[in-house]
Design a protein around this ligand. Structure first.
Ligand code: K1U
Ligand code: ZN
Length: 167
């Protein structure tokens, strides 16, 4: 397995739109394993392929406390959504920034697993919010871009300061 590099906002590659996976082969399974290892090591509760500069519709998520319940969503589609959640979001591509967006509290998602098998998952709470956050990455959207212009300005200033400190 290998640790992958996570792109940092405002890298333009985070805006690429992912294409559907058509081949469920060994290299795809290797990518799933590498993304899971990268997510656990970060640590994070989710990771979209876009964030590791692979522009395919593939997400890994684990919101369990024991970190032993990996969910792999390939070509995910939300088929039902309800309620309103105010769970705070973070992003491995925007370290140190947390905020809430208006998200559905419950989603029903249809996706393929890494063997190509189609399944439906009903999620609520943090898992539902994480699925929506990761699916936005696949569309080339980073969560901070849905915040007000004022908040985005402040975030850009904070990130520039972080960058200066680490240089
Ligand atoms: O997409 C990402 O960058 C991952 C992101 C997912 C996410 C978190 C919270 C709400 C919605 C989506 C993260 O994992 S940020 C890190 C984080 O939340 C976390 C890390 C360690 C333990 C618990 C949470
Ligand atoms: Zn993110």
């Amino acid at each position: 397995m290998a640790l992958l590099n996570i792109l940092r906002y405002p890298d333009a590659r985070l805006h690429k739109v992912a294409v559907p996976v058509t081949v469920f082969d060994d290299p795809l399974k290797q990518l799933v394993a590498d993304m899971a290892e990268t997510m656990y090591e970060a640590p994070g509760i989710g990771l979209a392929a876009t964030q590791v500069d692979v522009h395919k519709q593939l997400i890994v998520i684990d919101v369990s406390e024991r970190r032993d319940s990996l969910v792999v969503l390939i070509n995910p589609e939300i088929v039902d959504a309800s309620g309103v959640s105010d769970i705070e979001e973070g992003c491995l591509s925007v370290p140190g920034i947390y905020d809430t967006l208006e998200r559905a509290e419950r989603v029903k998602v249809r996706a393929h697993d890494q063997n190509g098998k189609l399944f439906t998952l009903e999620a609520q709470g943090l898992l539902a919010v994480c699925i929506q956050h990761e699916m936005d990455h696949l569309k080339g959207k980073v969560f901070v871009e849905s915040l007000s212009q004022l908040k985005q300005q402040r975030i850009r200033a904070r990130l520039a300061k972080q960058l200066r400190k680490s240089a």
